[in-house]
Structures are given as C-alpha cells and as structure tokens.
Design a binder for this molecule. Structure first.
Ligand SMILES: O=c1nc[nH]c2c1ncn2[C@H]1C[C@H](O)[C@@H](COP(=O)(O)OP(=O)(O)OP(=O)(O)O)O1
Ligand SMILES: [Mg+2]
Length: 216
C-alpha cells in the first residue's frame, strides 16, 4: 500500500503533523502531501467519540475524495487531573476553531482552578521556577485507508509526561510547550523532530502501523 518513490496523502490540515510524518517517511523514500497541498477535499467533520473513530472518518473521506490511499491521524492530550480531558476535544478545547494559544491558556486555567497540584509530582529539572500540575499523556490513532479495496490498517500510540505551569520551547505544535518530559528535562517543544518521532505517540503509532503493513 506504500512503496518507495510514491507519494502518500496525509489526511490532515495540521502542518505540525505533516512535518513529523514527512521526516519519518523520508527515511523510507516515501514522499508525503497533506490536504493543504492536495486540493478537492472538503472540510471533514470529526463526529466520532474516540480517536480511532475520528481517524477512520478522516482517512476514508480524504481517500474517497482523491482516489489515493490516505493516512489520517487523530490525536490529543489526556490530562489525569481533568479526568482525561480534553481528549478527543483537544483541538476545539477553547471552542470551535480555537488556536493552540487559546487551547493552552484554557488548559492552564482549568488546572489552576483545581488548586494545589498533587504532592507526589516530581519537580521539573531543567525548568527553573516552573511547577508540574498533572500527569498527562498524548494519544494518537492512525488509520491507513486503501480506496480500491476499502482495506484499513489501524495503529495507536501514547506518550507519557506532565503538564507544566510554564510554556517552554519553540518547536512542535499544539500543547507541546506545556508537555514536560522528565527523561529529557525539557518540554516536547524543546526537542528535535527526530527526537520527538522517537518517543511520541505519533512516532510509536507509525512504527506499529508500518509493522502491520509489512504483515499484509
Ligand atoms: O504531538 C502533539 N503535540 C502537541 N499537541 C498535539 C500533538 N498531537 C496532537 N496534539 C493536539 C493538537 C490538537 O489540539 C489536537 C489534535 O486534534 P486533531 O483533530 O487530531 O488534529 P488537527 O485538528 O490539528 O488536524 P487534522 O484533524 O486536520 O489532522 O491534539
Ligand atoms: Mg482535527
């Protein structure tokens, strides 16, 4: 379904995701294009209540609109102190069409409203003056959809970390500046794309997907 020298459609309009997929697929000789580069796919409503359901909706819609195999990513942030929120609502946490800055600000507001963070959280080495507010994880569901056969390959990955009260780093996208990685002593926005792919929910899901693809 994916061969070296071919182009793969990534069913996303998120340029941060595309950058990470482009880097990961470059090693395999696979070029990627996203929905900003392939016209003709209408906006896709994410009506599912799981990451996997939304990834399938996006992969199928993009694939059927273009006739190309499409890989979709639905992902988000699950924060323990917020009972797993924002979860599948991560992209629209601060409202429909909200940007990363508004979503990050809402996350900090919601956590501040809970009062003192749990006493058992570590202190964030490498982030002077900052405090950790909750354990959290990024989750990613990937679906690769083949339009000729309707074949679907699904894979999931997660990355564990903490939400810090202070944003840091200028890489990545979304909630990365608030997502602290104890093993790096830095935020997810403060590591390279290659490092992020090695440890991220997306990188893990992608490696699993490629393993499953080899088995097909
Ligand atoms: O590695 C990540 N680093 C930081 N934040 C992240 C990450 N991965 C997902 N996220 C956040 C961003 C957005 O708030 C939501 C994804 O929402 P999600 O609907 O899957 O993506 P999206 O709307 O940005 O683009 P699209 O649907 O076109 O793929 O989770
Ligand atoms: Mg989306």
């Amino acid at each position: 379904m994916i061969r070296g020298g071919e182009t793969l459609l990534i069913a996303t309009r998120n340029k941060g995701k595309t950058k990470e997929f482009r880097e990961a697929f470059a090693a395999l000789g696979v070029q990627v294009k996203d929905l900003n580069e392939v016209p003709g796919v209408p906006d896709i409503e994410e009506t599912g209540d799981t990451f996997a359901a939304n990834a399938l909706i996006k992969a199928k819609a993009a694939s059927e609109a273009t006739g190309l195999p499409a890989l979709a990513d639905d992902s988000g942030l699950c924060v323990d102190a917020l009972g797993g929120a924002p979860g599948v609502y991560s992209a629209r946490y601060a409202g429909e069409g909200a940007g990363d800055a508004a979503n990050n600000a809402k996350l900090l507001r919601e956590l501040a409203a809970l009062g003192e963070p749990p006493a058992d959280l570590p202190s964030p080495e490498g982030l002077p003056g900052a405090r950790l507010l909750s354990r959290a994880r990024f989750v990613c569901s990937l679906v690769l959809y083949e339009p000729r056969t309707g074949e679907q390959i699904v894979a999931e990955g997660a990355a564990e970390g903490f939400i810090a009260d202070t944003a840091s780093g200028s890489g990545g996208f979304g909630y990365d500046p608030l997502f602290y990685l104890p093993e790096f002593g830095r935020s997810m926005a403060d590591i390279s794309v290659a490092e992020k792919n090695r440890i991220s929910h997306r990188g893990k899901a992608l490696r699993l997907l490629l393993e499953k693809l080899e088995g097909v």
